[in-house]
Design a protein around this ligand. Sequence first.
Ligand code: NAD
Ligand code: UPG
Length: 430
Amino acid sequence: MKLSIIGSGYVGTTIAACFAEVGHDVVNVDIDEDIVASVNDGDAPIHEPGLDELVEKHAGDRLRATTDYDAILDTDATFLALPTPSEDDGHIDLSIMEAGARSVGRTLADKDGYHLVVTKSTVVPTTTEEVIAPLLEDESGLELGTDFDIGMNPEFLREGSAVSDFLGPDKVVLGSQTDRAAALLRDVFDPLVERAGGPPVVETGVREAEMIKYANNAFLASKISLANDLANICKEYGIDSEEVLDAVGLDSRIGSAFLGAGVGWGGSCFPKDVAAIVAAARDAGYEATMLEAAVEVNDRQPVRMLDILREHTDPSGARVAVLGLAFKPGTDDVRNSRAIPLIDALLDAGADVVGYDPVATENMREHFPDIDYADSAADALAGADAALVVTDWDEFAALDDEFDAMTDAVVVDGRSIVSRRDGIVYESLV
Ligand SMILES: NC(=O)c1ccc[n+]([C@@H]2O[C@H](COP(=O)([O-])OP(=O)(O)OC[C@H]3O[C@@H](n4cnc5c(N)ncnc54)[C@H](O)[C@@H]3O)[C@@H](O)[C@H]2O)c1
Ligand SMILES: O=c1ccn([C@@H]2O[C@H](COP(=O)(O)OP(=O)(O)O[C@H]3O[C@H](CO)[C@@H](O)[C@H](O)[C@H]3O)[C@@H](O)[C@H]2O)c(=O)[nH]1
């Protein structure tokens, strides 16, 4: 089949390369000329394991990129993989999606024959039906349900494992309004589903598909916050929370994934998506109390980390090493990293902060140009009065003699990964 993907970022590039890998002819449309040139040169514009190989393999053959929306005319279906950021009050900002839908609509005015437009981006329920579809109709002059259909296909890939998550999904969710759209979506995903060994395919409505994505992320984020709440209780009693949560996770109704207690969840998705569904629910007349509590617990974890530090060291004037700047290991992405509120609070308290991350330093420099950055964990620790472990990079778990170079070896571990205890004042956050 011939597919067009609007947006060539994390999701757009990954799905374009993977759709090419399963046999489709794919064109990526992006407004950024550098990104387009990169894809056409066979280089992935983002860092994801396995993506470079796929882009190199298919570029110039089953995969190409362009800034020209006309490319969608020669395709059967168009996926919108555009950003859906947060407004300051947490509401979803649909302006980029609206601009993309207008451009697609204007282009489809020249389309001969049927077309399917699928929302891949994470959007609050009813967006595809009540915002995207009317824009497509207005701009194209075409009739929904007759000349074209809409669909919704939420994406569950994680950064750092995007390619393997997309090619080996736990489930595929296909939202549509008509049999024709459902059949076309099935055709798009059949080769991938077959290759992945037949994961469940959930065929549903458009707004249900939109809600499944939020429910998924809200559930995972809340699971981590609940683990943090329970681990905080454990800490008050001097109970090993890891032992408790490991045992709890053995219950097949609960499961062990996403019970990792610590400094909390960040990244480009959980914070904005939980905020967006809470705001949308409020607009609809419902107060999402559980989700609000999940956010509150998450916001409190960095504060607790500083409180624990203060029990041992006054941060004012102290040199504090922040180990880990990325929002999780395996990525250089610092969006909503827990290191950001921590560094803010340390600076407010008058600390002299030195940050270290194996790959995310340059991105964090944009947030905090004036703190020190070290080239290694050892350099960050040398002469530091205290260290906060924020990201669970493997190399931090292996630290040992490096702690001896600290002035006062106070270590507050936000990911419970440091194994050395002798000769340092060690506190796990939970
Ligand atoms: N990043 C993830 O791990 C992930 C996972 C699942 C779902 N999502 C969702 O997928 C959506 C896209 O996220 P992302 O992380 O891929 O975004 P991104 O910022 O990485 O990429 C978006 C791309 O869209 C391009 N763009 C912007 N306006 C455009 C326009 N008018 N026309 C064409 N291209 C345009 C940008 O140049 C950029 O390359 C969001 O809704 C996000 O919530 C993201
Ligand atoms: O037990 C855990 C697991 C994760 N985290 C934190 O949770 C955040 C998110 O981690 P992860 O889910 O691995 O990364 P993302 O790439 O943000 O992926 C999430 O967000 C994507 C965008 O919506 C979804 O597609 C994915 O399914 C969903 O896992 C990170 O800060 C992690 O440190 C914990 O604190 N404890």
